[in-house]
Design a protein around this ligand. Structure first.
Ligand SMILES: NC(=O)c1ccc[n+]([C@@H]2O[C@H](COP(=O)([O-])OP(=O)(O)OC[C@H]3O[C@@H](n4cnc5c(N)ncnc54)[C@H](O)[C@@H]3O)[C@@H](O)[C@H]2O)c1
Length: 347
């Protein structure tokens, strides 16, 4: 069967970033076009010129500025929500008025915890899988390291995450990734620096970590370092969704024989190539959850958990770095993103 698909919002993550890069799909449109079971039948943007440009570029027959019109005329099976975060709730609610089979929505799930909870509830009531696009959940490198963590590094002793840019753009990805690796977070303490936050956090397992922010104008970084009792691994995000890693085993220092160091000599343990098809795998997961009724790999509930940690960290930074225990239930609204992602567009 071919699933009829529509995309709402025709910006970077829907289509434009494919102009930058074509080695592997990094947009919803490219992923749907590569997947053998999906066909994009229409796109919609409140800016009709963007919808038209997108439709022409990808050879999609129909484009709209009004999503009701698109959804009622085309009756899609799958809808991608690629609008800004503050619009996800309204759009998902609207889509659910139509007989659709699944929603693939961008991160962060919403700009408010109650809205996110409501989105999850409404999708559940209609039996419509809600998948949030946290691509690292579908990334072979991260899945390999996560599934082989004790073999590779032993027991994690400390972790550190380095990112640049606005916390509201990157926090959903990074907290989802951290939870996926290390489980639930118990508390956070944060201090703001520019548009980012420097965060100290503790997982329920007892593991302690830091999340450190850099200025996007200075460096683009999204790296995770895991220091274990057997080895350390640094997972390095290279533009544009390429990757690199460094892996060093612990050994006795040759000069100071009572000291241990991480040595570079044993990197063959991860001598693998990891594919970059995570976007197509998100589409695969969407279809799998329609066909099997099983929970998707990146469900709304996990995105809600990431949003909750991000909200708690922002709240801590606004309250002199106070330690905030999870669950966090204060009703606040995420500030709007400033549009830094345009830095990823060519002039
Ligand atoms: N998963 C990822 O790695 C990733 C990467 C980039 C962006 N994102 C997320 O994707 C979302 C969009 O980000 P972007 O950078 O593509 O933004 P963008 O500004 O490039 O595109 C958003 C588009 O949505 C349109 N739009 C706004 N309101 C609309 C409405 N009510 N109906 C129809 N169209 C509407 C805008 O006109 C714009 O063209 C954000 O939530 C962002 O956080 C995710």
């Amino acid at each position: 069967m071919t699933y009829k698909t529509c995309i709402i919002g025709c910006g970077n993550i829907a289509s434009i970033w494919s102009n930058l890069f074509s080695k592997w799909p990094v947009t919803h449109m490219a992923a749907y076009q590569k997947h053998s079971k999906t066909e994009v039948v229409g796109v919609c943007d409140i800016d009709i010129n963007k919808a038209k440009e997108c439709a022409l570029k990808w050879n999609v027959k129909k484009f709209y500025s009004n999503m009701d019109e698109m959804l009622s005329q085309l009756k899609p099976d799958i809808v991608s929500v690629c609008t800004p975060c503050e619009n996800h709730y309204d759009t998902v609610k609207k889509i659910l008025q139509f007989p659709i089979k699944a929603i693939l929505c961008e991160k962060p799930i919403a700009d408010n915890l109650n809205k996110a909870k409501e989105m999850i509830k409404l999708c559940k009531e209609k039996n419509v899988p809600l998948i949030i696009n946290h691509p690292r959940r579908y990334d072979e490198l991260h899945n390999y390291v996560k599934n082989n963590l004790s073999h590779l590094v032993g027991n994690p002793k400390k972790i550190s995450f380095f990112y640049s840019g606005e916390i509201i753009n990157h926090g959903s990805h990074l907290f989802d990734l951290l939870k996926n690796y290390f489980g639930e977070i118990k508390w956070v303490q944060a201090d703001s620096e520019g548009d980012g936050l420097n965060i100290l956090l503790k997982f329920k397992s007892g593991l302690v970590g830091s999340v450190l922010s850099f200025d996007f104008d200075d460096i683009s970084i999204f790296d995770l370092s895991i220091i274990g009792d057997k080895a350390r691994i640094d997972l390095i995000n290279k533009p544009f969704w390429d990757y690199d890693y460094r892996y060093f085993k612990k050994e006795k220092d040759l000069i100071m024989d009572k000291a241990n160091i991480f040595s570079k000599n044993h990197s063959e343990d991860i001598d693998k190539k990891f594919d970059r098809e995570f976007f197509v795998k998100a589409v695969d997961d969407t279809i799998r959850s329609i066909e099997s009724g099983e929970k998707p790999i990146s469900p709304g509930e996990e995105a809600l958990a990431a949003l909750e940690v991000m909200m708690a960290a922002i709240y801590s930074s606004q309250n002199e770095g106070k330690r905030i225990n999870l669950p966090f239930e204060i009703d606040m609204i995420l500030p709007k993103a400033k549009g830094e992602l345009k830095k990823w567009q060519k002039d």
